[in-house]
Design a protein around this ligand. Structure first.
Ligand code: ASP
Length: 310
């Protein structure tokens, strides 16, 4: 038995312009407070992590749900993964459109189908069957995302880094552990600006965008998805945790190794089965926050660590 639940979130890694720091801080504080109230009401760590992600999906400071970045055709195709550590159940969606909460759809895939992963139009048909409301492109598509794509095209861009000043939003993730040591991983994204239509990133792929096993720990990643997928970043962090590597070191080392071996940059959050938190990134910045003893801890730049009361 642990004394209190652990909740850790991230709001994306990359070269985030400074004027985006505060909106991300505000969005993460809101998400942590929402998560805390859901945990108090339900004692469900899965509902808690999902609520934190949904809160950030609603907030255009992040690249998930409303605020998602645009593909080369100027469209939004979203992805999400949810995983629980008791029996390694997982649900994923990719290429979904016109819903507010892809993480909620991933949860439905996990809870209401015999499968792990649904894609594109069929995922949307499943959303309709599950009575998800449709939201318009206008709701999901922000000016920042449109400008980001324009800039990307003007610069003859190639989508190898995230948050390259192209809108400065970021993928979101929430991981948690309840007092019994049961763990959850949730991650949701719009992908990367200027991705090809149909591109699948790391986020919905177990072992890349996230992983969760009560016998080891839980992880959610962010950053350049094509690199993260090739490196199996979440799984490599899990292997470190299994070997007893201190979680901060495990996360930081593996993100740096990804950058050295593959290029691209990444960040991740983790909790070990002992309840120790790990936060690290090889990108210039990563927005992160966690709740401990009634205080919210948060930061975005290397070495930055603020605290504020719940
Ligand atoms: N990993 C995401 C992707 O490449 C982007 C991000 O984390 O910001 O799809």
């Amino acid at each position: 038995m642990f004394k209190e639940p652990i909740i850790v979130i991230h709001g994306g890694a990359g070269n985030i312009p400074d004027n985006r720091d505060q909106p991300k801080f505000d969005g993460m504080l809101t998400a942590i407070r929402k998560a805390h109230s859901v945990y108090t009401d339900t004692l469900s760590i899965i509902d808690t992590c999902q609520a934190a992600v949904e809160s950030m999906e609603d907030n255009e400071a992040f690249n998930a749900g409303r605020g998602s970045v645009l593909n080369l055709k100027g469209e939004i195709e979203m992805e999400a993964l949810i995983m629980e550590g008791k029996n390694m159940n997982a649900g994923s969606v990719t290429g979904v459109r016109n819903i507010a909460h892809p993480i909620a759809l991933a949860r439905k895939v996990m809870d209401n189908t015999p499968h792990v992963f649904l894609m594109g139009q069929s995922a949307n048909e499943f959303a309709t069957k599950m009575k998800f409301e449709t939201v318009s492109d206008d709701y999901l598509m922000t000016d920042a995302a449109k400008i980001a794509l324009e800039n990307f095209l003007k610069m003859g861009g190639s989508p190898v880094t995230t948050e390259i000043g192209h809108g400065g939003v970021g993928t979101v993730g929430a991981i948690g552990m309840n007092v019994d040591g049961h763990m959850i991983s949730c991650t949701s994204t719009g992908g990367i600006t200027g991705k090809m239509a149909g591109r699948v990133g790391d986020t919905p792929v177990p072992g890349a965008g996230g992983y969760c096993d009560n016998a080891v720990g839980t992880v959610s990643t962010t950053g350049h998805g094509d690199s993260i997928m090739r490196y199996c970043l979440a799984q490599r962090i899990m292997t470190n945790l299994e070997q007893g590597v201190e979680p901060n070191l495990a996360v930081q080392n593996e993100c740096e190794k990804l950058s050295t071996r593959i290029g691209g940059s990444a960040g991740a959050i983790a909790i070990s089965k002992e309840g120790t938190i790990g936060i690290g990134f090889s990108s210039e910045k990563m927005a992160w926050a966690y709740l401990e003893k009634g205080m919210i801890h948060y930061g975005i730049k290397k070495g930055q660590h603020f605290t504020i009361g719940l």
